[in-house]
Design a protein around this ligand. Structure first.
Ligand SMILES: Nc1ncnc2c1ncn2[C@@H]1O[C@H](COP(=O)(O)OP(=O)(O)OP(=O)(O)O)[C@@H](O)[C@H]1O
Ligand SMILES: [Mg+2]
Length: 240
């Protein structure tokens, strides 16, 4: 469904962040992207909703090319949870942040109220709906940012470090929620146990390239492969 072909990206300061990335994400699959700090994971996934457009190479979704004129349809198809929730929350009231996307789609007021309220309830944010997002705790912000993505009901959900700042129960809730979504999922995380619990396939990035790709449990139990890429076995496999 999403095809990435020979994608390359260099930041304005000359940092080469992505180099000849070719990947496919089939409809309905869940893929984890793992790798050391600075490997290029966020730069890669920030391309998937058109936040960055391909500088070298191509990306397409369902045959639609990633270019400026197709941005509206790309953003309807792909919801991206940014690594930093502050990049996603900018209104004075949480409720308005969640209503923002649906309002832009031109939905009617009643429909918007219904789906915003459902989303607030689903993510345990109901009591926070009138707060300024800047006053939320980090974990609350993470769920709030997730709400702005879920409310749009995209076909593809991309999550960049979704479990950072979450307490154990909210982390568990996110695992259950992710697994219940009937969507294509792409997850970047250093929480390899979360990847184990939510992804069927894993790609390892190193130095802007994909260096390994395969079934999640095969890749995540390859101690040597993980170590060679500055990673460690998931906690559940350590000491076994
Ligand atoms: N705005 C920017 N300008 C210049 N270089 C950048 C910028 N953003 C990221 N980089 C560089 O690009 C490379 C890839 O960064 P990226 O944020 O994609 O890594 P990451 O794999 O997501 O790391 P982390 O696990 O720490 O989130 C790094 O070397 C980083 O320093
Ligand atoms: Mg990152």
């Amino acid at each position: 469904m999403i095809t990435i072909d020979q994608l390359g990206f260099t930041y304005p300061d000359g940092t080469r962040a992505l180099d000849r990335i070719s990947l496919r994400f089939h409809e309905g699959t869940s893929t984890g992207i793992i790798g050391a700090n600075g490997a290029g994971k966020s730069t890669l996934v920030n391309h998937l909703n058109g936040y960055y457009l391909p500088m070298e190479g191509n990306i397409s979704i369902g045959g639609v090319d990633y270019c400026r004129k197709n941005l509206d349809s790309i953003r309807r198809d792909v919801g991206l949870l940014f690594q930093n929730p502050d990049d996603q929350l900018f209104m004075a009231r949480l409720y308005d942040d969640i209503a923002f996307g649906p309002e832009n789609l031109g939905m009617n007021k009643d429909e918007i109220r219904t789906i915003v309220e459902e989303t607030l309830l689903e993510l345990n944010l109901w009591n926070l709906r009138d707060k300024p997002p800047s006053h939320l705790s980090q974990g609350q912000k993470r769920f709030a940012a997730f709400a702005t993505v879920l409310v749009m009901d995209p076909k593809v959900i991309v999550m960049d470090e979704p479990t950072s700042d979450l307490d154990p129960q909210n982390r568990r809730k996110l695992i259950d929620l992710a697994n219940s979504l009937e969507k294509t999922r792409i997850t970047v995380s250093h929480d390899l146990d979360f990847i184990w619990d939510t992804c069927e396939r894993v790609c390892i990035m190193n130095g802007g390239r994909i260096v390994a790709e395969g079934p999640a449990r095969e890749i995540l139990s390859s101690g040597e492969l993980l170590e060679a890429n500055s990673l460690e076995l998931p906690l559940r496999l350590q000491g076994m």
